[in-house]
Design a protein around this ligand. Structure first.
Ligand code: PMM
Length: 295
């Protein structure tokens, strides 16, 4: 459902300045420099291991590497600003020095600023500017692309907020409202990427409805990022299909399938742990969509 403010486009979404345009859905590799993220917590918790993993993701073909220093899994403990800075900034700096395009996954304006000053080329904010009132103006001043995700509440209470009438219409309307608040505060709409926030105040049925409803979200007229990797709704669908209880690290093939679906539905970028599988998946989606309507 387009909102009063929506810009309906018939073409594919434009690429925000500063991001690559390979002619297919972008693949963002996840680098969680945290002890407690839900599927890879602790693996890259120190700077040198994190940098090595970031270089590996880039060598595998990631279009950009998303460096996060605070876990957003349900119930995760908040991290102090100093700790988040210490986890992310040195990693961003080293990767930028090596020529790797990085984004910083943060809800905090201070971290966003420090990371961009250290070389990050994009700010990825799962709260879409709601968690830190200084974020919108900071991002406006930094002049980098900004991912604004649909978010309703901090991790400890988001599961209680997973109530919708029509989830696709509600998320589209809430993202539209958020977007125009950001623009009011100076964020350049040409630099904005929107994200439905799979798993954030969503139950598995909401996540599937949003994936199936990407076309409606695209009516907002902005590039869409989809973060499905290893999430609970993928585990739920595997279980429902007879695969049993598959732990997060065993969900990468299924994640790649979701990447293909998202890319074929017009996603601009997918955010994943396993880059090679999703890169092949989005390549297949590009070949497929090129031939849609020709037969
Ligand atoms: N999901 C997580 C973290 N950051 N960023 C965006 N833009 N979209 C997401 O869906 C998203 C995100 C949580 O997943 P992780 O703990 O595996 O990183």
């Amino acid at each position: 459902m387009p909102t009063a403010h929506s810009v309906v486009t018939t073409e594919g979404p434009r690429v925000p300045e500063g991001l690559p345009a390979p002619g297919r859905c972008l693949v963002m590799g996840i680098l969680n420099v945290t002890p407690d993220s839900f599927s890879d917590g602790g693996r890259y918790a120190d700077t040198s291991r994190a940098v090595a993993r970031g270089l590996e993701l880039a060598a595998q073909g990631a279009d950009l590497v998303d460096v996060g220093g605070e876990s957003t899994r349900p119930g995760a403990r908040p991290v102090g600003l100093e700790e988040e800075l210490a986890r992310t900034v040195p990693v961003v700096r080293e990767l930028a020095r090596a020529g790797v395009l990085t984004s910083v996954d943060t809800m905090h304006a201070g971290v966003a600023r420090a990371a961009v000053e250290a070389g990050a080329g994009l700010v990825n904010d799962v709260s879409g500017g709601l968690a830190d009132p200084a974020m919108a103006r900071t991002v406006a001043g930094l002049g980098v692309p900004y991912v604004a995700m649909h978010w309703r509440a901090p991790s400890h209470e988001m599961d209680r907020r997973a109530h919708y009438g029509d989830v696709v219409a509600d998320v589209t309307a809430e993202l539209g409202t958020r977007l125009w608040r950001l623009v009011d505060e100076g964020v350049d709409p040409a630099r904005v990427v929107l994200d439905p926030g799979l798993g954030f105040a969503k139950r598995p049925e909401h996540d599937w409805a949003l994936l199936a409803g990407l076309a409606e979200l695209r009516e907002l007229g902005f590039p869409l990022l989809v973060g499905a990797s290893r999430k609970r709704f993928i585990g739920a669908a595997l279980a429902a299909g007879g695969a049993g209880d598959v732990p997060p690290a065993g969900r990468d093939v299924a994640t790649a399938a979701v990447s293909a679906l998202a890319a074929a539905a017009g996603a601009f970028c997918v955010r994943v742990h396993d880059v090679p599988a999703s890169l092949d998946a989005v390549r297949m989606a590009a070949a497929y969509t090129e031939h849609l309507g020709r037969t």
